[in-house]
Write a protein that binds this ligand. Structure first.
Ligand SMILES: *Cc1c(COP(=O)(O)O)cnc(C)c1O
Length: 472
C-alpha cells in the first residue's frame, strides 16, 4: 500500500508546461534577490557589477532570473525530457504515520526516482539546453559528493556538450561511484585541488595534504571556464534561475494533492543553498497568497551549517577565494568551512538570495538539526517506507517526524508535505558510520561562526562588516 502511487492522472497533465516565478509574488525584494554587487576591488572601476559572472549565463536564462512574469514557458524539448521520468511520485507515508501514532497525514514528493537519483537533473537539463542554444561547447562545474556533477554530466551528454567536473578530492577518493557515473556520461572528472589552475595550485601550496572543498572546486571551475572560449560555468543551486527550474516539483505536487483533495498545512525541505526546498515550496506559496491559506514553510538545515538560524543577512561572496560577485544572502561567511558531516550537499555557507529575502520577511521558517537525530530519522523512514533517503533528504524527514509528533501531542490532524530530494543508495557508507556508532554531531560552534562572520566583505551600507554580522 505504501509504495503505490497516489494518483492515476496522466503524466502529460501533471508535468507543468511552465515554471513558476516567485518574484512575481514578492515585493520589496528587488535589490536583495535580483541584483548582484561588484566585488569591493572592482567597485568604482568601469567593471559593471555583473560583468564577472554574467557572460557565463546565457541571456535567456539571465532574463528568466530577473523576470516578473508569473509563469515562464518550459522549452518543449526540455519538457519532453522531463517526461522521461516525471512526474515523480507523490506518496503518503502511512507506515510512518502508524509508527508515530499521529493524526497527521504525511506526504512526500520523491525526487530520488530521477535518472541520477536527485532533483538536480531538473535544472541540469534546462541549463544544458540554454547553454547549447547560446553556442557553448563545454560546461564545467564544481561538485562535492557528486550529485550535481552526475546530473550535469548526463544533461551535457544528452545535449552534446563536453563536461569537466572539479570534484572535491576527499569525495573523489572516498566516494568513487558518483565519479564513475560522471565518467559513464563522458565527463572529465578532475580531483580538486588540481595543479591545472592557479586556484588549485594556491590551495595545494597552502596545504599539500588538503582534501579540498566545494569553494575551491568552484574557484577552479570558474578559472577553467574563463580560460576557454566556448566553455561556461554552470551552477546547481542558489541562483534565481535554478530555483525557477525546480518549481516543476511543487507544481506537480500541487496537482497530485489536488486530485485527492488535500492541501498541506506545512511544507518541508532540506536546504543546501535552497533549490529543492524552493522548488517544492514556491508553488504552494503562490497558492497560499492566491487563496489565503495558512500554510507554513519550514527550511531544514544541519547544525553543522546553520546559515539561516545562526547566520546573518549580508552581502557576501559565493566562493572561498572571493572571485565571484557578491549577493545578498543569509550567510555564515564565505570563509566558513562546515564540519565534515555526511550530508555534503548541505555544507554550503549561504542560502539562495530569493530564499534569504523571504526568510528575512518571515515568509518562511527555519530549523537546524544535529547529524545523529537526522540519521535516526532517515533509518526510521527506511524501515517504515522501504526507501533509503539521501542524508540531505533525511533532514526534511527529521522535521516532518517532529511536526507529526507535535500533531499527536496537540491532538490535531494536519497535512505534512516534505521533499524527499534524493535516494541514499550511494551514501551507504554514511549509514554504516551511523550504525557502527562512530557518528558524532559536529555542530558549528558560535566561536567558529563569529570568526567567519568577522571576515565578511565591507557592506557599504553604512555598517562595518562586523556590525552587520549580528545574528538575528
Ligand atoms: C544537492 C542536494 C541537496 C541540497 O541542495 P539544494 O540546492 O538546497 O536542494 C539536497 N538533497 C539532495 C539529494 C541533493 O543532491
Amino acid at each position: 500500500m505504501t509504495v503505490r502511487p497516489m494518483t492515476s492522472q496522466a503524466p502529460e497533465s501533471i508535468v507543468p508546461t511552465h515554471w513558476y516565478n516567485v518574484l512575481s509574488d514578492l515585493t520589496d525584494v528587488e535589490d536583495a534577490a535580483r541584483l548582484r554587487r561588484a566585488r569591493p576591488q572592482d567597485q568604482g572601476t568601469s567593471q559593471p557589477a555583473n560583468s564577472r559572472i554574467t557572460p557565463q549565463i546565457p541571456l535567456t536564462m539571465y532574463r528568466q532570473s530577473l523576470s516578473r512574469e508569473p509563469f515562464i514557458e518550459i522549452p518543449e524539448e526540455v519538457r519532453r525530457q522531463y517526461l522521461r521520468w516525471r512526474p515523480t511520485p507523490l506518496r503518503r507515508a502511512r507506515n510512518l504515520e502508524l509508527l508515530l501514532d499521529t493524526p497527521a497525514r504525511i506526504y512526500f514528493k520523491y525526487e530520488g526516482t530521477s535518472p541520477t537519483g536527485s532533483h538536480k537533473l531538473n535544472t541540469a537539463l534546462a541549463q544544458a539546453y540554454y547553454y547549447k542554444q547560446a553556442g557553448v561547447k563545454e560546461l564545467t562545474t564544481g561538485t562535492g559528493a557528486g550529485q550535481w556533477g552526475s546530473a550535469l554530466s548526463l544533461a551535457a551528454r544528452i545535449h552534446g556538450l563536453r563536461c569537466t567536473v572539479y570534484m572535491v578530492r576527499v569525495s573523489h577518493e572516498q566516494k568513487p561511484y558518483r565519479r564513475v557515473m560522471m565518467e559513464m556520461n563522458g565527463a572529465r572528472v578532475v580531483p580538486s585541488p588540481s595543479t591545472g589552475t592557479s586556484a588549485g595550485r594556491t590551495a595545494l601550496e597552502r596545504d599539500p595534504e588538503t582534501g579540498g572543498s566545494l569553494s575551491i572546486a568552484n574557484a577552479e571551475a570558474f578559472e577553467h571556464a574563463a580560460a576557454l572560449e566556448h566553455c561556461n560555468l554552470s551552477v546547481g543551486s542558489g541562483e534565481n534561475h535554478v530555483l525557477l527550474h525546480q518549481t516543476v516539483i511543487g507544481q506537480e505536487a500541487l496537482r497530485q494533492l489536488e486530485a485527492i483533495d488535500e492541501f498541506p498545512d506545512v511544507v518541508i525541505g532540506a536546504v543546501g543553498a535552497g533549490s529543492n526546498f524552493s522548488g517544492l515550496a514556491f508553488p504552494f506559496f503562490h497558492e497560499k497568497i492566491r487563496t489565503g491559506r495558512a500554510t507554513r514553510f519550514v527550511a531544514v538545515e544541519p547544525e553543522a551549517c546553520p546559515k539561516l538560524t545562526k547566520g546573518t543577512y549580508a552581502w557576501d561572496y559565493n566562493d572561498f577565494t572571493g572571485v565571484t560577485p557578491m549577493t545578498k544572502m543569509y550567510t555564515l561567511g564565505h570563509t566558513f568551512v562546515s564540519p565534515g558531516i555526511h550530508a555534503g550537499g548541505l555544507r554550503y555557507h549561504g542560502a539562495a538570495p530569493l530564499l534569504s529575502a523571504m526568510y528575512e520577511q518571515k515568509l518562511i521558517e527555519a530549523v537546524a538539526h544535529p547529524q545523529q537525530a537526522v540519521f535516526e530519522a532517515g533509518l526510521t523512514f527506511a524501515e517504515q517506507e522501504w526507501i533509503t533517503p539521501a542524508p540531505e533528504s533525511a533532514h526534511a524527514i527529521r522535521a516532518a517526524i517532529d511536526e507529526a509528533v507535535r500533531a499527536r501531542e496537540e491532538g490535531r490532524a494536519k497535512v505534512i508535505l516534505f521533499n524527499l530530494s534524493g535516494h541514499g543508495l550511494l551514501d551507504l557508507s554514511a549509514y554504516d558510520h551511523y550504525l557502527s556508532g562512530r557518528m558524532t554531531d559536529m555542530a558549528a560552534t558560535d566561536e567558529q561562526i563569529r570568526t567567519s562572520l568577522d571576515r565578511l566583505p565591507p557592506q557599504d551600507d553604512g555598517q562595518p562588516s562586523g556590525a552587520a554580522a549580528r545574528s538575528r
